[in-house]
Write a new protein. Structure first.
Ligand code: SF4
Length: 331
C-alpha cells in the first residue's frame, strides 16, 4: 500500500510504533483528527470517492478491547492491531460495519493488546484459539507495521493457546523465519482467479496465495484454506471445478496432508450495491435477484435451494480431491 494521506490521533506520537510510522511517512500530508472512529470530512464524501479513500491511512489508539465468543475455527474474536483494509473486494464484510469508511486503520497500542491476549490465554484452563484477524487483513497490515511477525514471535514465547488469522495476500516471506512455536494458524482465503480478477480488487493472485500456503507449511505453520466467499456467478460450477483441480495440482504434499477447509457463501447488502454502483461502475453486479433473497436489514444471501446445490457441489469436489481433509463448517 502507498498511502496518499495520513489521518492521525495526536496521542499516537507517544508510542514507538506511532513515532516510527511518522518517520516512515514524513513526506506525506498528516491531518490531525480527534477520533479514528469518526472523521466527518471523510464520512461526508460521495460513494464515488471510495477507491481514493481506500488509499488513506488512519492511525490511532484502539480503545475497545472486548473479546467476542466464537464457535467456528476459534474460541474468541479479538480486536487487534488494525481494522479496515486498502483492498477493495466488492463484497467486503467491513463495508457492512464501516460503510465507505472501511479504509485501513492502524492502532499503535500493540503492547496493550498483546499483553491482554497473553494474560487471557494464561487464565484459561483449556488452550483456546484467538482469532486476531476478523477486522482486517493482518498480512497486508504487516507490510506497513511488522506487527504480525512481532505478535507471532511474542505470543509463541508464552507457549499457551493459539492465534489464528485469515488472509488474501501472499506477502508472507518475513513470517517464514519467525519462531512461531506452532502457536499460529494461518488460513488462506481462496477463490477462482476469474473471481479474484473481477471482484477482489487489490488482493494477491490465486497462484501466489497457493505458493504462500506451501511456504508457510514448509516453515512449520499450522494452515487452513477458506473457500470464501463462494460467489455463484453464471459459470460457477466450471470456475470452482477448475479451482479444486489447481489446488490439487499445486498444493504441496505437506499442505495436503493436514490442511482443513472452511466454506463461506457470499452475503451481500444494499450498502454494497450503492457504493459499488457509484465507485466501480464497470464492475460486475454481484446482486442477482433470481438466486438471492433478503436476509433482514438490507442484507442478501443465496436462496436456500441454490445454496444447497452449491454446498453439495463443493463438498463433492473437496471429497474427490482431498478425501482425507476435514471441512470444518459451511455457512
Ligand atoms: S482483503 Fe479482506 S478485508 Fe480487505 S477488502 Fe478484501 S475482504 Fe475486505
Amino acid at each position: 500500500m502507498n498511502p496518499n494521506i495520513i489521518y492521525y490521533e495526536e496521542e499516537i506520537l507517544n508510542y514507538t510504533l506511532g513515532k516510527n510510522l511518522f518517520e516512515k511517512y514524513k513526506s506525506l500530508e498528516w491531518v490531525r483528527i480527534e477520533n479514528h472512529n469518526n472523521i466527518p470530512e471523510l464520512r461526508n464524501n460521495q460513494n464515488c470517492e471510495f477507491p481514493r479513500m481506500k488509499q488513506h491511512l488512519i492511525i490511532g489508539i484502539r480503545k475497545t478491547h472486548k473479546y467476542v465468543p466464537n464457535s467456528k475455527t476459534s474460541d474468541f474474536l479479538v480486536p487487534y492491531t488494525s481494522s479496515g483494509c486498502s483492498a477493495m473486494c466488492l463484497y467486503c464484510y467491513l463495508v457492512c460495519n464501516y460503510n465507505k469508511c472501511s479504509y485501513l486503520r492502524i492502532f499503535v497500542n500493540r503492547e496493550q493488546m498483546l499483553s491482554k491476549l497473553i494474560k487471557t490465554s494464561n487464565q484459561n484452563d483449556a488452550e483456546l484459539t484467538y482469532e486476531i484477524g476478523s477486522n482486517s487483513d493482518l498480512v497486508l497490515e504487516n507490510t506497513i507495521t511488522n506487527n504480525l511477525e512481532w505478535t507471532i514471535e511474542n505470543f509463541g514465547k508464552n507457549e499457551r493457546g493459539y492465534i489464528t488469522l485469515p488472509t488474501k495476500f501472499d506477502m508472507i516471506d518475513s513470517l517464514l523465519n519467525v519462531k512461531h512455536k506452532g502457536r499460529t494458524i494461518i488460513r488462506m482465503s481462496i477463490n477462482p482467479q476469474e473471481i479474484i480478477t473481477k471482484v477482489e480488487f487489490g488482493t494477491s493472485a490465486l497462484i501466489n496465495r497457493v505458493k504462500a500456503l506451501n511456504k508457510l507449511k514448509e516453515a512449520g505453520y499450522k494452515i487452513g484454506i477458506l473457500i470464501a466467499p463462494v460467489i455463484l456467478l453464471e459459470n460457477w460450477e466450471t470456475l470452482y471445478k477448475e479451482l479444486f483441480s489447481i489446488l490439487s495440482e499445486t498444493l504441496s504434499q505437506k499442505v495436503k496432508s493436514e490442511v482443513f477447509f472452511e466454506i463461506i457463501f457470499m452475503t451481500y447488502s444494499y450498502v454494497h450495491r450503492m457504493i459499488n454502483t457509484e465507485a466501480f461502475p464497470n464492475a460486475i453486479n454481484l446482486y442477482d435477484k433470481n438466486i438471492m433473497t433478503g436476509r433482514g436489514r438490507g442484507k442478501y444471501c443465496y436462496k436456500p435451494i441454490i445454496r444447497s446445490q452449491g454446498e453439495e457441489f463443493l463438498r463433492a469436489e473437496i471429497t474427490r480431491h482431498f478425501p482425507e481433509n476435514k471441512i470444518m463448517y459451511v455457512v
